[in-house]
Design a binder for this molecule. Structure first.
Ligand SMILES: [Zn+2]
Length: 254
């Protein structure tokens, strides 16, 4: 497989031109004409993922999150991104990212999140969120919290309880706190996302909507699997491995 062929396959599946303007998708590091026998798919490009690629003889890594967002003034071993870019180049690896193209794709992260939250019929919420009636509704939020923690494999949740039963859920994978107002306006009683600032919980209290922060990775944990599954259809005989090592953070509770 050539790197440019893998890039074309991902473009066919997820329409890379549909990524957000602020995003950075496509071939970020490497050589479009290089070849590989194996592809590793990850959530974030980490040192662990690079190590895995090197020991397994893989030349191409496809990450959900882009390693490079903004123009990099330098590439040095002292910078976090620079050190990873240098490692990629030193080991002859190419890096492709899909990120918000996957979020917008009809077969991307949103239908999977809807399925995890048991929302059979969902509607668009602000372009990259979704909402709908859930089959796992509960009379009280406190009864819904253990359910969602299990579904998202979250070790802990932050939440605001507005005293509403859980029936219509709004959700956005990763960091979609800006959609809380839209969720309320759409008739949601509960909104689920990750990476929330304190002020977003205050907004939920003011609006009167249940709010759950389940974690950034936890609300999009399936992204690498979606990419890998699509590549397995494109390349049925290829060695395609999912490696999310280094993408999770711990939660300590007293
Ligand atoms: Zn994310």
């Amino acid at each position: 497989m050539k790197v440019k062929e893998i890039l074309s396959a991902l473009d066919r599946d997820f329409a890379l031109e549909n990524a957000e303007k602020w995003d950075n998708v496509g071939l970020l590091v490497g050589d479009a004409d290089a070849t590989t026998e194996k592809i590793i798919v990850c959530h974030d490009l980490t040192r662990d993922v690079i190590r895995r690629a090197v020991v397994s003889g893989c030349q191409v890594i496809v990450s959900y999150h882009p390693l490079i967002f903004k123009p990099m003034p330098n590439v040095t071993a002292q910078g976090y991104e620079g050190a990873l870019v240098a490692e990629l180049i030193k080991n002859g690896l190419s890096l492709i990212s899909v990120h918000t193209a996957l979020d917008h794709a009809p077969n991307g992260t949103r239908p999977r999140l809807a399925s995890v939250l048991e929302i059979e019929e969902w509607s668009d919420l602000g372009g990259y969120g979704l909402f709908g009636k859930t089959a796992c509704s509960t009379e009280k939020l406190e009864l819904f919290l253990p359910k969602i923690a299990k579904k998202l494999n979250a070790d802990g949740l932050k939440y605001y309880d507005a005293g509403l039963p859980v029936r219509v859920i709004g959700a956005g994978g990763g960091s979609c706190g800006e959609l809380i107002e839209d969720a309320k306006a759409a008739g949601c009683d509960t909104f689920v996302t990750g990476d929330l600032k304190h002020s977003r919980f205050m907004a939920a209290a003011g609006l009167g909507i249940n709010l759950i922060d389940a974690g950034h990775f936890e609300t999009e944990f399936f992204a690498a699997d979606i990419i890998a599954d699509a590549l397995r259809v494109e390349y049925p005989n290829a060695d395609i491995e999912v490696c999310t090592a280094g993408s999770t953070v711990g939660i300590w509770r007293k």
